[in-house]
Design a protein around this ligand. Structure first.
Ligand SMILES: [Zn+2]
Length: 165
């Protein structure tokens, strides 16, 4: 019995140590970030954006304070009526930062949000996707400074908001 136990423990340890694609640590861009812990191929499902699923109205009620710097950054709109609140029951997905020249993309599969690699990512690279936040127009104008982008990409839009065209 003791033998079996040892074997099981070893197996578990190996899985934990070698299979994780990413780690969360401080980002030079913003707060915490998610970094590749090993080389990630293009088209890999890296992480799911998890959190409590709430209505748009509930999201507005929770984050109506414009002084809250992270107001819309923790929210992921699934459709017109459903929002994932990464701050509530969320996972590491909420730490993936925005970039205007991202190496990942967020894909909606039947209402679940997955972050996929857009290209090959080297070990140690920070993972990003383009938030393309869509906010209420009036809110946009008055508070777009809350969504300033410092990603440093050549094509940086200066804000994490969706490109307006
Ligand atoms: Zn940018």
């Amino acid at each position: 019995m003791a033998k079996n136990k040892t074997r099981a423990a070893k197996k578990k340890k190996k899985k934990k140590g070698s299979s994780k694609l990413y780690e969360v640590r401080h980002s030079p861009i913003h707060g915490y970030g998610v970094f590749a812990q090993k080389k990630i191929k293009k088209g890999v499902r890296v992480i799911e954006y998890k959190g409590e699923r709430i209505s748009q109205a509930e999201a507005d009620a929770r984050y109506n304070d414009v002084d809250n710097e992270h107001a819309h950054i923790v929210l992921f709109a699934v459709d017109d009526d459903t929002v994932i609140d990464g701050k509530s029951k969320g996972n590491d997905g909420r730490y993936v930062n925005h970039s205007c020249d991202p190496n990942c993309e967020a894909v909606n599969y039947d209402g679940r949000i997955w972050i996929y690699s857009l290209r090959k990512i080297e070990k140690g690279e920070e993972l990003f996707y383009d938030y393309s936040l869509e906010l209420d127009e009036e809110f946009d104008k008055e508070h777009s400074h809350l969504y300033a982008c410092h990603c440093g990409a050549k094509n940086c839009r200066g804000v994490m908001l969706a490109a307006s065209d």
